[in-house]
Design a protein around this ligand. Structure first.
Ligand SMILES: Nc1ncnc2c1ncn2[C@@H]1O[C@H](COP(=O)(O)OP(=O)(O)OP(=O)(O)O)[C@@H](O)[C@H]1O
Length: 280
């Protein structure tokens, strides 16, 4: 498929009961005497994560044979049916971590797991869409699935509807804005029944209007599906409010992961300290 990359059967290890999904949540730890009572009345166990990395390392070797660690002991966990954001300064390793999760790069340490099929959508909207019209582009990736024409039509219209592009189905691709192209690429991934969306800085080249259109399209698709998990790499703090959780990276490491307000406060405190250095 050309508008996003997809993956099939997982070659990776899957953990049935990963501990990290709850680890970043801002939940107080109950004292030992009350733990048993809480456990007895607790709701059913949470589902296995859709995306998980444990102790992931990744290194590159320079032409002079020097090994440079890019990712160091990264761990993260995204439950199904949720949109999580991956943030951090330039060069901290966000895109590399996404590629390792997708299996495009092999980790040098640790383990990764993502539910299949998954799709990886890239930053540049012009690299995402390949067919002449919106409808044909979304249908493009379905060719390999041996579906009836009715099923193809139904999947295409449902996924275009999910990203708010149904009324554009006959539009020539070259007439779309960057954000609309991104939404068509996401519709293509949804049409293929992707269980995981790995989204690499989709809004970098977009104006504010298109940016919000794409964020909301992903938010709505994840909510409507109830099982699709999305991991969204971004620099834009204002996008956090559409997420269920976030992970913050620094210098190749995942520093903290948890609910949006905790991570947002954490980042703002860091920014305040950083800008404090420059105050006269
Ligand atoms: N194949 C490679 N060879 C050499 N260095 C690499 C390679 N891949 C990644 N790096 C380096 O690893 C670091 C992390 O890169 P990455 O693109 O993952 O960061 P990022 O957080 O996504 O950055 P940005 O926010 O600027 O897009 C950078 O310093 C990058 O130059």
């Amino acid at each position: 498929m050309a508008h996003s990359l997809t993956g099939g059967a997982s070659p990776f290890r899957c953990y049935p009961h990963p501990p990290c999904c709850a680890a970043g949540r801002a939940t107080p730890t109950a004292p030992p005497s009350t733990r048993r009572r809480v456990a007895a009345s607790a709701s059913p166990p949470s589902p296995p994560p859709a995306i998980e990395g444990r102790g992931v390392g990744f290194s590159v070797t320079t032409r002079r044979g020097v090994v440079l660690p890019v990712l160091k002991d990264c761990s993260l966990c995204v439950p199904p049916g949720q949109l999580w954001m991956l943030l951090g300064p330039n060069g901290c390793g966000k895109s590399t971590l996404l590629k390792v999760l997708a299996g495009f790069q092999n980790p040098s340490a640790g383990t990764v797991h993502i539910n299949r099929p998954f799709s990886y959508v890239f930053q540049n909207p012009d690299h995402q869409v390949v067919m002449p019209t919106v409808e044909s582009d979304v249908a493009f990736g379905l060719g390999k699935l041996n579906l009836s024409l009715d099923e193809v039509r139904s999947r295409v219209s449902q996924s275009l509807d999910a990203v708010g592009m149904l009324s554009y189905s006959q539009r020539p691709i070259q007439t779309l804005s960057g954000g609309q192209k991104q939404r068509v690429a996401i519709a293509g991934a949804l049409a293929e029944a992707s269980k995981v969306l790995l989204l690499d800085e989709l809004t970098t080249f977009l104006d504010e209007y298109d940016q919000m259109g794409v964020v909301k399209a992903v938010r709505n698709s994840v909510t409507a599906s109830g099982e699709v998990a999305a991991l969204w790499v971004t620099h834009r703090l204002e996008e956090l409010r559409y997420a269920d959780g976030a992970i913050y990276m620094e210098d190749g490491r995942t520093i903290i992961q948890g609910d949006v307000s905790s991570i947002s406060r954490f980042i703002k405190r860091k920014q305040a300290r950083y800008f404090g250095h420059f105050e006269l």
